[in-house]
Design a protein around this ligand. Sequence first.
Ligand SMILES: Cc1cc2nc3c(=O)[nH]c(=O)nc-3n(C[C@H](O)[C@H](O)[C@H](O)COP(=O)(O)OP(=O)(O)OC[C@H]3O[C@@H](n4cnc5c(N)ncnc54)[C@H](O)[C@@H]3O)c2cc1C
Length: 476
Amino acid sequence: MYYDVIIVGAGPGGIFACWELARNSGLSVAVFESGHELDRRRCPIDGKKVKTCIGCPTCSIMSGFGGAGAFSDGKYNITNDFGGTLYEHIGKERALELMHYVDRINMTHGGEGTALYSTAGTALKKVCMQNRLTLLSASVRHLGTDINYRVLERLYEELKDRADFYFDTPVGEVEVMDPAAEGLPAGEESGGADTDAPRPRFRVVTKKGTFTCRECIVSVGRSGSKWAEQLCRKLSIPTKSNRVDIGVRVEIPAEIFAHITDELYESKIVYRTEKFEDHVRTFCMNPHGIVVNENTNGIITVNGHSFEDPAKKTQNTNFALLVAKHFSEPFKDSNGYGESIARLSNMLGGGVIVQRFGDLERGRRSTVKRIEEGTVRPTLNATPGDLSLVLPKRILDGIIEMIYALDKIAPGTANDDTLLYGVEVKFYNMEVDVDDRLETCYPGLFMIGDGSGVTHSLSHASASGVFVAREILGIR
Ligand SMILES: Cc1cc2nc3c(=O)[nH]c(=O)nc-3n(C[C@H](O)[C@H](O)[C@H](O)COP(=O)(O)OP(=O)(O)OC[C@H]3O[C@@H](n4cnc5c(N)ncnc54)[C@H](O)[C@@H]3O)c2cc1C
C-alpha cells in the first residue's frame, strides 16, 4: 500500500508532523506506532498488586499515542537555551517561532487557561549568580499531566480521520527502494516522466504488511533509540554519540522550593563544581509532584510527574540533579555507560534505590526504618539503599556539592531527610547526521525529535515535526 508520507512514531514529533501535513494538504499520511492508542495506555503499576515494573512488551509510559510525553508533566519549555539543538539546524528565530506555534495549537486544544511562566526579570537570577549558580532563561508552559493528556485526546480526535494510524505496529525495517530494481518508472523527482503516479522511495516493513511511501519521517524518540541506531547502521547514515547525563532525583517538602516554583514553576539551574569543574544541573522540576519509575529498554530508572488537579497534588517537590558526561575517542557507547550504572542500581535494589541525604553523608545505607523516621514521605516505593555503591565518585561528589549550593538559595535542600532516588539517567540518542532540512543523506528520509538526537524535549520535538512537514509541503 502506498502513502505519500509515512511517519514512524506517534510521539510529539510524529504528531505535530502529522498535524501540519494533514491540515495543509491532500497528501495521504500514515502513522505507525509500536504502542497503544492513548486510551489503552496503562502502566500496570498500581502500588498495591503490582508495585514495581514488570517489563511489559511495550511500555505504556514510553510508547503509544503521545509518545514518552503522554503522561509527562507537560512542561513545554520555549527556549533555545536547553531542550535540544534544533536551532543549530533551522536558526534560533525559526525554532522559537515554531515552539510558539505548537503552544498556540495546544492552547486551542484543551490547554487554554494554563500558566505560562517566564524567567524574564526574575530576582532569582541575581541570587543564583551570587551563589555560583546560573539560572537559564526560558518561558515555560505548564500543562500538567492531566491537561497534557486532554490536549493529546483532542489532537487525536482531529487527526484520526485525516491520517491512517496503525497502533501496536512497530516498524521493523525502512528500506530505500531502487526504482530500477523494483521495475518502477524512472522519472522526475516529482513523479516520473511516463506516469502521474508518485514514485515511492521507501519501503516500510511491519507485521501488518509492507507499505511504500515517497517521504518518510522517522520520529521514534528515546524508546526507539536502539532501533534508530540499527537503521542508521544499515543505511550507512553517519551518527555520533558521546553524551549521557547521570544523577539522582531529589525529593523535598514543597515549601522549601516554593519561592522558586511559585514564581517560575520549572527552573533550570546550573552549577559548576569546585572540585572538578563539572556541570551539574537541575532538570524536570515537579512542584507537589510524584516520583515515578521509568523503563528504558528494560532498565528501571527514575523520573517525576506533577498534576494540575489540586486533588492529586502531594506535599513534596521533586527534581533531578544531573551531571553531564561527555566522552571522547575511542569510547563511543555513552548510553551503554549510563545503562551499566542504572543496571547496578537495579541489581542492588531490584529497581530504583532511595537514600536519605543524611545517610549518604554519613556513609551508611538507608533502611525502611530510617526512611520512615524521616520527615519527607517518599512518593515512590523504592528500595532503601546506598547510592554511593552505584554512582561514580566524581558524579556523586558533584551532586553533593550542588545540593549544598542549592541550600544557599533554598535553605533546607541539604537537610538530612531530603530523599535522593537513583539513578536518574538521561540517555541521549545518537546524533544523526541530518542537514538544515532535518533530512538524512537519503532525499525524502527525515529524522526528527529525540530519536534524531537533535531534540530532547516536548517543545523542540514538536517544533521539529512542524518544521519537517512544512519542508515537505514547501511552506516557509
Ligand atoms: C516521564 C517523563 C516525563 C517527561 N517530562 C517532560 C516535560 O515535562 N517536558 C519536556 O519537555 N519533556 C519531557 N519529557 C521528555 C519528552 O517526553 C520527550 O522529549 C518527547 O516526548 C520526545 O518526543 P519524540 O516524538 O521525539 O519521541 P517520543 O515521545 O519518545 O515518541 C516516539 C514514539 O515512537 C514510537 N516508536 C519507537 N520505535 C518505533 C518503531 N520502530 N516503530 C513504530 N513506533 C516506534 C514509540 O513507541 C513512541 O511512542 C519527559 C519524558 C518522560 C519519560
